[in-house]
Design a protein around this ligand. Sequence first.
Ligand code: GDP
Length: 296
Amino acid sequence: MAFEGLSSRLQNVFGKLRGKGKVSEDDVNEAMREVRLALLEADVNFKVVKDFIAKVKERTIGLEVSKSFTPGMVVVDIVNKELTELMGGSNTKLAKANKPPTVILMAGLQGAGKTTSSAKLAKLLLKDKHKPLMIAGDIYRPAAIKQLQVLGEQIGVPVFTLGDQTSPVEIARQGLQLAKDNGHDYVIIDTAGRLHIDEALMTELRQIHEATNPDEVLLVVDAMTGQEAVNVAQSFHSQLELTGVILTKLDGDTRGGAALSVKAVTGCPIKFAATGEKIEPLEPFHPERMASRILG
Ligand code: GDP
């Protein structure tokens, strides 16, 4: 299960603290040493860990002043709050265009879960009584168009395609026009993913961006890849201003590093969490719930 290692280690540390009526500075230092190791082992970015520990320590200074709670509980509470803060504090909602349609550009490396997440996002919008259109902009991966069409059919969302011989920029442009003509209030543009970030991929994304002026640029990253996911996010963000991240494969045994570092490193909030291969509505990401889940 995701975060299992991190969760059990933190629970262990805090179990010891919670039981204490009094917590000495040494106890806190010892606990923080263990928290630091647990975070590093969970593949959380080194600098993020350093800042995190510094913040928690700063807030635990002067704990003796508070007599109303057992200090151990207070430390746990501080860590919970800081973990929540680290992941963005609270849920960041999907943007909404003043004048529909709201355009969502999906980006990411091949295999991250872009196409699957596009359909899951469409399903969420459908659930909220919207009328999404998906645009098949990945003309390079064999069967990507077909995959989106099959998913679209499955959930009852139309898919715009011009096949794989027209440029993705033109496909996006025409798809957006069709959405306007047919009264779709959300447009999800699936784009090509490469095995590595390359110049051609970025140039094409920038061109699609220019042609469609998206309200959201969501980067789909695979949580299982840990720090690599964070590096990918940073590279994309430096070349294409992202508005948020969709973290996929949280159902796997991810150690948690990506979930805990992405916001702090890139400044981009995680907007959605994805689990499973089945097309269920994408789940909005709630930092406070994730922190509680990690702390158990
Ligand atoms: P794309 O290349 O980025 O479009 O990736 P796909 O959407 O085709 O997904 C790649 C693989 O990952 C497929 O086998 C998906 O079923 C699987 N996948 C996508 N999202 C998730 C997820 O949240 N959890 C799990 N377990 N698998 C996922």
